[in-house]
Design a protein around this ligand. Structure first.
Ligand SMILES: C[S@@+](CC[C@H](N)C(=O)[O-])C[C@H]1O[C@@H](n2cnc3c(N)ncnc32)[C@H](O)[C@@H]1O
Length: 291
């Protein structure tokens, strides 16, 4: 049988629908476009284009991987974040659009700084390096330190920093949060830490549960372990008036605000909503003469 783009897409959309994928047609187009080394626009322009044997085998393998709920980003090996393309593998969390709110909120804060370009910034739990690299691109004289406990994640983050030409300004450090040689203090600390409760494991989508790295997902029994760890130590590593920006999970805002208040070393907490209206980022400033 001869396969055309059109007939392949019909088969593929049906196959992905059977697997419970939300946007089977769209994802089919993305996967076939990659299999043909072309674009979705080309698929529309040439629906009757015949697939070669190698193209069919490759595209079909992508669809079968997605059928098993492997995330599209891992199949393609890349994901866009902040308008930049990031290499991603199963060693790193797939960057989420919500995390752009953290970058946005941080950049808004920099506008009030006297020399925003030359800030020293710490990104805790850098994963693919998406936050660190987006920030380094936006602030061309800034120096960013990016920490992760996962050596394999750091290898991906370093590769991304090279591709985006910020490797000379982003220092990658392997370590458990602050338990590494940080060498300096920071004007801002950013983090999207693991924040899912352990017992929510079974309710996660298989795409997440079966494919994304455990240590990027779970934040201890109540999901708050990393926030406790970060809040306890961040003030010692922040400059006077330095600011902490944390991404939070759904329903965690009150707990994180309580942790901030309980610590006593931070003030002016702010909560920022994402585009779905969910509380997504909490920021707080280090109090003067603390830490
Ligand atoms: C939710 S992912 C965020 C990745 C990336 N920053 C993003 O926003 O897509 C959390 C990251 O924190 C790292 N991590 C988990 N526990 C850590 C710890 N104790 N110290 C440093 N990094 C940690 C994980 O390896 C993972 O890369």
């Amino acid at each position: 049988m001869t396969w055309t783009s059109k007939s392949f897409l019909e088969w593929s959309a049906e196959r992905l629908a059977q697997a419970g994928i939300d946007s089977p047609r769209l994802e089919s187009e993305i996967l076939l476009a990659r299999g043909l080394h072309s674009s979705r626009e080309d698929l529309y322009r040439n629906p009757d284009r015949e697939l070669g044997e190698a193209e069919r085998v490759l595209s079909k393998s992508f669809v079968e991987r997605r059928f098993l709920r492997e995330p599209v980003a891992y199949i393609l090996g890349r994901r866009e974040f902040w308008g930049l393309e990031f290499q991603v593998t199963p060693d790193v969390l797939v960057p989420r659009w919500e995390t752009e709110i953290l970058v946005e909120k941080f950049l808004q804060w920099t506008a009030s700084e006297s020399s925003p370009e030359s800030l020293r910034i710490l990104d805790l739990g850098t994963g693919s390096g998406n936050i660190a690299i987006a920030v380094a691109k936006e602030l061309p004289k800034s120096r960013v330190t990016a920490v992760d406990i996962s050596r394999s994640a750091l290898a991906i983050a370093k590769a991304n920093a090279w591709v985006h030409e910020v490797a000379d300004r982003v220092r990658f450090v392997e370590g458990d949060m602050f338990a590494c040689e940080l060498k300096t203090s920071f004007h801002a600390i950013l983090s999207n830490p693991p924040y899912i409760e352990e017992d929510q494991r079974d309710s996660l989508m298989p795409d997440v549960r079966n494919y994304e790295p455990e240590q990027a997902l779970f934040g201890g029994p109540d999901g708050l372990a990393c926030y406790r760890q970060i809040l306890l130590q961040a003030s010692q590593h922040l400059e006077e008036n330095g600011v902490l920006f944390l991404e939070i999970g759904n329903g965690q805002v009150n707990d994180v605000l309580s942790l901030i208040e309980g610590h006593g070393g931070y003030h002016a907490p702010e909560v920022t909503l994402d585009y779905m209206g969910m509380e997504r980022v909490v920021s707080a400033q280090k109090k003067k003469s603390h830490g």
